[in-house]
Design a protein around this ligand. Structure first.
Ligand code: ADP
Ligand code: MG
Length: 333
């Protein structure tokens, strides 16, 4: 089921992007606009340039995604994260060290509800596999004991663990970080109007016109349509949802955001959390963190941050906005 689900996910991501960014499927020299899809970071990524038809530049962006994937993947035996997790090295690039530091920040902030060392549990559940299944209580118990961000220390580009078994998973923040880097690359090449979509992790450069923003759809959980839209300029829109990777067994839905304390998926009546703000890595970290913290604590966290907004969707399909979100983002439902 995992395989067909993944396929469905990719098709969904594609349809969703097409619906809400309204682009043509190829370059158009009249408008100077070009859009291109590729499978990177285990998902469908789409980049649309509205003020250029430079296809080679988009390819460069996808290559950049692949470069970061080769550093951050926990399954690629040549990646820095794999080598760290298997204690084959303690030296990593400064970028990997920075991203781990970022992950540790949110782990501490959430008192471990978000935990960058979730790997023993994510590897055990393996939602990306063809046919994921529910692990035994014993397996979950022993994996859970290995999750502990406090054993990780970063100093410069040296990362050390105070035990042999704790391992890092950057899955909750990597796409956001990479979206920021793709934006930097495009801006450095003079692009002023673009949408970068890394499997639903959206980053906008500029807006639709000099005054209007881009209208970005928020996915209707489990559906191929949108439940609402936000209008943004130069902002990132990132969603963590239980419908992104999951399987069902005996009437129970098991999704990919795991509670390090229990070892099972969080059970908190949330279908999704969308974060909107300037930095995509921050949005990505906050979306997973707010999901883990649940609606009330997540709302309090966002309302303490300037320039960041959140939309929570509860399992009755009701939308909940943090203070200021509705006025700042011109929400349409
Ligand atoms: P997606 O990757 O689908 O965009 P998220 O940003 O919410 O969604 O990240 C989910 C990923 O985060 C999981 O696939 C897993 O790699 C990792 N993860 C799962 N549970 C936790 C947790 N409690 N803390 C930190 N990372 C987690
Ligand atoms: Mg995230």
């Amino acid at each position: 089921m995992g395989g067909s689900y993944r396929h469905k996910l990719n098709v969904l991501a594609l349809i969703f992007v097409i619906l809400f960014t309204n682009f043509s499927a190829c370059a158009s020299s009249e408008t100077g606009k070009i859009t291109k899809n590729d499978f990177v970071l285990n998902t469908v990524a789409t980049i649309t340039l509205y003020d250029s038809n430079n296809e080679a530049l988009i390819d460069e962006c996808f290559d950049l995604c692949r470069h970061y994937e080769s550093l951050f993947s926990k399954t690629d035996v040549n990646s820095e994260i794999y080598k760290l997790n298997h204690r084959e090295t303690s030296e990593v690039s400064i970028e990997t060290a920075k991203l781990i530091t970022e992950g540790l920040y949110y782990s501490k902030l959430s008192d471990g509800a978000f935990d960058i060392t979730i790997t023993p549990l994510t590897s055990l559940w393996n939602f990306a596999s063809e046919s994921p299944s529910v692990p035994s209580a014993e397996e979950i118990g022993s994996a859970r004991e290995k999750v502990d961000y406090t054993v990780v220390t970063v100093s410069g580009n040296t990362v050390t663990f105070s035990n042999d078994y704790t391992a890092i998973d950057l899955g909750a923040i990597a796409k956001g970080y990479i979206a920021d880097k793709v934006k930097e690359l495009l801006v450095s090449r003079g692009i002023k109007k673009a949408i970068i979509n890394l499997g639903g992790n959206v980053m906008c450069i500029g807006g639709k016109t000099a005054t209007e923003g881009f209208k970005i759809g928020i996915q209707y959980p489990f559906e191929e349509s949108s439940i609402a839209s936000v209008t943004v300029r130069d902002l990132s829109v990132v969603t963590s949802g239980i419908y992104e990777r999951y399987f069902e067994k005996d009437g129970t839905l098991y999704h990919h955001i795991l509670n390090p304390k229990t070892g099972y998926p969080y059970d908190n009546n949330l279908l999704s959390v969308t974060i909107i703000g300037e930095n995509s890595c921050t949005c990505d970290a906050l979306s997973t963190t707010c999901y883990a913290l649940s609606k009330d604590a997540g709302t309090a966290l966002i309302e303490d941050l300037d320039g960041y907004y959140a939309i929570f969707i509860t399992d009755d399909y009701k939308l909940w906005y943090t203070d200021g979100t509705e006025t700042a983002l011109n929400i349409e439902t």
